[in-house]
Design a protein around this ligand. Structure first.
Ligand SMILES: Nc1ncnc2c1ncn2[C@@H]1O[C@H](COP(=O)(O)OP(=O)(O)OP(=O)(O)O)[C@@H](O)[C@H]1O
Length: 250
């Protein structure tokens, strides 16, 4: 479980996050949605410690991450898997080397244990046997899957994903969403996803937080979202004609 309490983040004069509180539970997909510039990525970065909040607290399993020193944070950091935009794979490394990279950094596993783990993770994301390919030889969807394989290589308790579907076609997007959902449920991971993708929202949004102008404007599940009477949320969710037509049938 992750709990954030009254998070503020200011860059210079720009107050980007204005007092956000929420709880993120294991085995669930928590989606952060909102318009461009509403503060989604900033919030994600504040939770994982890539930004320090100006005010407020982040608690991982009840432990106050915000007040910890760099060294104290290490056990929590190693329990975090991250998949950020563009998959952030190392181009000069093979698929296998990319997956083993965090194991080299944070574990004292033997070479054969690391290879076993890489093979397990590759199989889990349906990329068995692709060990020796380089990122330049992969499609966008395959890169995302390698990114997911790397993110789960350390058996994370927490998974953070920024825009998993950017640059992917709709069918591949759904496969990536399904993979995130399966992994989240299978390993009881607390998963937090920043997304613009309404298919993801409707497909895997167990818990959705809608940010508007740096504030938590609404939260609920994908079942609740169609019945909200919050104007800003409806304008965001039902911006497309397709979604308007879908709502009319509900
Ligand atoms: N490192 C930074 N320094 C200064 N300002 C920043 C920094 N990071 C983000 N911002 C500002 O914070 C605001 C919110 O940015 P953020 O990237 O969190 O929004 P977002 O909701 O994720 O947007 P998008 O959907 O377009 O990715 C923007 O005004 C941005 O300029």
């Amino acid at each position: 479980m992750i709990e954030i309490k009254d998070i503020y983040k200011t860059f210079g004069e720009n107050e980007v996050l204005k007092g956000i509180s929420a709880k993120f539970e294991p085995g669930k997909n928590h989606l952060i949605i909102g318009g461009s510039g509403s503060g989604k990525t900033t919030l994600l970065k504040c939770i994982v410690g890539l930004h320090e909040p100006t005010k407020g607290q982040v608690l991982f399993s009840g432990e106050n991450f915000t007040e910890m020193s760099f060294e104290q944070r290490v056990p929590i950091r190693t329990a975090i898997g991250m998949l950020f935009q563009n998959s952030a794979l190392f181009d000069s490394m093979t698929v296998e080397e990319n997956i083993i990279f965090p194991l080299n950094l944070f574990t004292d596993q033997s070479r054969s244990e690391k290879l076993d783990r890489a093979n397990f993770c590759l199989e889990r994301v349906n990329l068995k046997g692709k060990n020796h390919l380089y990122p330049s030889e992969l499609s966008g969807g395959m890169k995302k899957r390698v990114g997911i394989a790397r993110a789960i290589s350390m058996e994370p308790k927490y998974l953070f994903v920024d825009e998993p579907n950017s640059g992917l076609d709709p069918q591949t997007s759904i496969l990536i969403d399904e993979l995130i959902n399966e992994i989240t449920q299978e390993y009881k991971i607390t998963t937090v996803v920043v997304t613009h993708d309404m298919n993801s929202v409707m497909g895997i949004g167990d818990h959705i937080i809608f940010l508007n102008q740096g504030q938590k404007w609404w939260e609920g599940s994908n079942k609740d979202i169609a019945h909200s009477d919050i104007k800003e949320l409806n304008d965001f969710v039902f911006a497309s004609k397709f979604m308007q037509a879908a709502k009319a049938k509900l």
